[in-house]
Design a protein around this ligand. Structure first.
Ligand code: URP
Ligand code: ZN
Ligand code: ZN
Length: 488
């Protein structure tokens, strides 16, 4: 007997960024075909009674098969990274493709295509990290990347080998604006950090705990303010990644209120851990070294308020997996001083269970906010037009959650290539039990069903559109500019 639909998920509670309702959902040819109170038939029927049926998570900030600024390769490749993402409720991710100085953008994309296409089990795109904005990159190579559907460019204001400087950031913002791309920024004042490092080093303060002091809150706040000012000068949209401070979040909130075209995220680690974790015995604190660094309890509370209040468009993992051994954290030796320990921590699988348990079940965010911050906003902001929604016609990228499943996070249950998880021992309630990508099962009842390389590259639409207004710098008006036309 032939059926009208390939799959029907029945009996569940459907949750979107806008509403929650009981219904069945039918899938055909990898797309959501229809939603109705009751749908009969189908080749395969999945019982979602007592479960939540949501758009699959979209992980918009993760480092997969990527060399860090200091040349350390992340532990996860596109297979382990995507499998781990899927077990964490994600059906799509957007890792970084990083340009290191001297590399052409075309060669970077070719390298990452070679890493991703044969391996990923979920759909993917890349944000391009630009560290070398040469005239050729700006005039030719970034527009070509954009034409391939890579519509977001990330820049660093810190790390000597990646920092593009203010003029470089202005140039990249200008190119991005011209093409409808979105510039993402890691905002920390590089000189403040270097100055602190020098003083700490002179004082012999090299243990992991000093990492927190070395990257002051003011370094983030100043850089966020500066990055927004640069974006406003050229009237380009900006996405501020991994906001970790009260002051930084307050600046973002104020600018959003004023209508500035700015987007922002925070990450679970800034909500779950504090700088006291960097002071664990021996070198254990190295597991918690990430940049910007972990802060304090008051900051956690303030950041949660900004998650609840809508300052942050998404909560992303910033999954940057470096093992607790000489291939990762300790590439420079087991007792390396903190500035020589790899920056970053894993979290791609924990992001959504943590946000559900600590956000939804505590009442800090609604189910609608959960879907928005885990999936729909990333789809809208980063031009993933076929994802992040349960609307008919969209890709059937779906996560089915058991909202009552209690689990203790254990390293041995993880699917990444890491040898630790910072979330070890944490009890979380609510977990994804089924994840589908374009209608195909990726994870179901604890088992992986996907084939290596099943994920596809997603060419994205222009990024960075939103309800906010632009900003017009008066200096570019013909009258103020003495008749010149220097508008970006
Ligand atoms: O410490 C982190 N977050 N490492 C990854 C690179 C970056 O800064 O995003
Ligand atoms: Zn960063
Ligand atoms: Zn990152």
């Amino acid at each position: 007997m032939t059926h009208q639909f390939d799959t029907v998920i029945h009996g569940g509670t459907l949750v979107t960024a806008g509403e929650t309702f009981k219904g069945d959902i039918a899938i055909s040819d990898g797309k959501i075909a229809c939603i109705a109170e009751r749908i009969e038939g189908a080749e395969r029927r999945i019982d979602a009674t007592g479960r939540l049926v949501m758009p699959g998570g979209i992980e918009a900030h993760c480092h997969i098969a990527q060399e860090s600024s200091s040349g350390v390769m992340s532990a996860d490749d596109y297979y382990t990274g995507s499998v781990s993402a899927a077990f964490g409720g994600n059906s799509c991710f957007v890792p970084f493709a990083a340009q290191h100085r001297g590399q052409t953008i075309a060669s970077v994309i070719e390298t990452y295509d070679g890493r991703a296409a044969p391996n990923s089990v979920i759909d993917y795109s890349y944000h391009l990290i630009v560290s070398d904005p040469t005239p050729s990159v700006l005039a030719d190579e970034l527009p070509r990347a954009f034409a391939k559907g890579i519509t977001s460019f990330k820049v660093f204001m810190t790390y000597d080998l990646m920092n593009v400087g203010d003029a470089g950031l202005l140039d990249i913002l200008t190119v991005a604006k011209a093409h409808g791309a979105l510039t993402m920024v890691h905002a920390e004042n590089n000189d403040m950090v270097k100055w602190m490092n020098a003083r700490l080093s002179a004082a012999g303060a090299t243990a992991p705990k000093y990492h927190a002091i070395s990257r002051p809150e003011l370094a983030e706040e100043e850089a966020i303010h500066r990055a927004i000012s640069l974006a406003k000068l050229v009237d380009a949209p900006l996405f501020v990644v991994h906001v970790s401070t009260r002051g930084g979040a307050a600046i973002v909130a104020r600018e959003k209120e004023a209508g500035t075209r700015i987007f922002a995220e925070t990450c679970p680690q800034y909500l779950a851990f504090t700088r006291s974790d960097l002071d664990r015995p021996g070198m254990e604190g190295a597991k918690f070294i990430c940049s910007p660094p972990l802060r304090d309890r008051q900051t956690q509370e303030a950041l949660w308020k900004h998650v609840s209040g809508g300052t942050f468009d998404s909560v992303s993992s910033d999954h940057a997996p470096y093992r607790f051994d000489e291939t990762g954290k300790f590439l420079n030796g087991i007792d390396a001083p903190y500035p020589k320990i790899a920056n970053g921590m894993p979290g791609i699988a924990a992001r959504l269970p943590y946000l559900f348990s600590e956000g939804v079940l505590t009442g800090r965010i609604t189910l609608q906010q959960f879907v928005a911050q885990s999936s729909s906003n990333a789809a809208r902001i980063f031009g993933l037009t076929s994802k992040g929604s349960l609307m008919p016609g969209h890709d059937a990228d779906i996560a089915i959650w058991d909202p009552e499943l209690r689990r203790i996070v254990r390293h041995e249950d993880q699917h990444d290539a890491m040898d630790y998880t910072p979330f070890d021992g944490m009890e979380l309630t609510g977990a994804p039990v089924t994840v589908m990508s374009r209608g195909a099962l990726v994870v179901h009842d604890g088992e992986l069903h996907a084939r290596r390389g099943q994920g596809r590259f997603v060419a994205r639409a222009p990024s960075g559109s939103g309800p906010m207004r632009g900003h017009r710098a008066p200096e570019f008006d013909a009258a103020s500019a003495y008749g010149t036309d220097i508008r970006p």
